[in-house]
Design a protein around this ligand. Structure first.
Ligand code: FAD
Length: 356
């Protein structure tokens, strides 16, 4: 008797690609589990992606295990298509997804148990598969003068389409795919745009291959095995030079500038004294792993990362991080779900046979 509101073998936190993949393999393994997700509906973080991110513009979505996405209309918003697909998947496998449940903390409990807490309820479990993604932790770099800027500042996560930028002078910060896609959309309606990145962008000419993907994943895997914070898989695969990008290069939209050194009341300023006026600064500066609720487990290494062995946290083997580091892609998330459940079965087997 644990005193918790619920007792089960495994809690899966997050119902995105990684959490649903894990839930599928837990179901197949015949384990007791609950999936806790703070989204309003099915779809993981995809449900929040901006409406102009249509399916034809995403890198590619890997199927969830056991159910193909099929060939949906590529002009539909990815947010809608993925929400429908994940919803279908949850129903088909009768997955016990509870939402909205916002997990606030995971802490060690007595015996071999971990306690998972929301504001209203607690779950006593033997293992946690954490699959909380990154969407809830948008990363905003800090620059001097930022608070004094009189225009609007927003993050990729707040972007809902180009209409808000009509006739505005817009500075877009960041060198990833989202930065480029949003910049191109905004440039079509804005008065002017300025693109700034820390490093010169690197565009990939040749098509994306599996070997390329494997090499990128291996790089991130090596970092998290050493306890360093992960770079996202997408960030180490370089930028695709799509026909849209070539067109934008020709139009001068992608004439990138180095980072400014400070922000003024009315714009941005570079070390050589140059200034550009701006009405809006869009921070397309990425995301970090949303792991605040794991703080009571004290997992961080001095370098700021969490030391991992595959999906398993070295310092807390009852905890796996799915969609973290090397598995932060739809294909990686699937694999992470399968391999984590294999390990969890082994972890729980002695306890189960003792009680049998
Ligand atoms: P998510 O989909 O983020 O799911 C996490 C879930 O956890 C969410 O439902 C969230 O509500 C829930 N959650 C978070 N915190 C809590 C909490 N404390 N309590 C309860 N629930 C919580 N990858 C690709 O492979 N192809 C692409 O084309 C691609 N495009 C991308 C485009 C953008 C703009 C971004 C930001 C990422 C993209 N990625 C892409 C990477 C993508 O994030 C992953 O591929 C994958 O979808 C992530 O799945 P996930 O299950 O790890 O996380």
């Amino acid at each position: 008797v644990t005193g918790a509101d619920h007792e089960t073998d495994v809690a899966v936190i997050g119902a995105g690609q990684a959490g649903l993949s894990a839930a599928y393999f837990l179901r197949r393994a015949g384990l007791d589990f609950a999936v806790l997700d703070h989204g309003k509906r099915a779809g993981g973080a995809w449900q929040y992606r901006w409406p102009s991110l249509v399916l034809g513009k995403v890198h590619g979505l890997h199927d969830l295990p056991g159910m193909a996405l099929g060939t949906p209309d590529t002009t539909r918003p990815a947010s809608e298509v993925v929400s429908e697909y994940f919803g279908r998947f949850e129903r088909a496998y009768d997955l016990p997804v509870r939402r909205p449940v916002d997990v606030l903390a995971v802490r060690p409990a007595s015996g071999d148990r971990l306690l998972v807490e929301s504001a209203a309820e607690t779950w006593s479990v033997r293992a946690v598969l954490n699959a909380t993604g990154t969407w809830d932790r948008p990363f905003w770099p800090r620059y001097p003068g930022q608070e004094s800027f009189e225009g609007r500042q927003l993050h990729t996560a707040d972007y809902t389409g180009a209409a808000d930028f009509r006739d505005k002078r817009v500075v877009v910060v960041g060198g990833g795919t989202s930065a480029i896609q949003q910049l191109i959309e905004i440039a079509a309606v804005a008065r002017d745009t300025t693109w700034v990145t820390r490093r010169p962008p690197v565009f990939r000419e040749e098509p994306f291959t599996e070997d390329w993907g494997r090499a990128a994943v291996a790089k991130v895997d090596a970092a998290v095995r050493a306890g360093q914070p992960p770079a996202s898989v997408v960030s180490v695969t370089d930028l695709a030079r799509t026909p849209e990008v070539v067109e934008a290069e020709r139009a001068g939209i992608l004439d990138r500038l180095p980072m400014f050194d400070r922000i003024t009341r009315t714009g941005v300023h570079w070390p050589d004294g140059t200034e550009r006026p701006a009405d809006v600064i869009l921070w397309a500066t990425g995301f970090r792993a949303a792991l605040d609720h794991l703080a009571p487990l004290h997992l961080r290494e001095p370098g700021g990362g969490i030391r991992m062995d595959g999906t398993r946290v070295v310092a807390e083997p009852r905890l796996h991080l799915l969609g973290y580091g090397p598995s932060a892609s739809t294909i990686g998330a699937n694999r992470a779900g399968r391999s984590a459940v294999q390990e969890i079965r082994r972890l729980l087997a002695p306890a189960r046979s003792r009680t049998a």
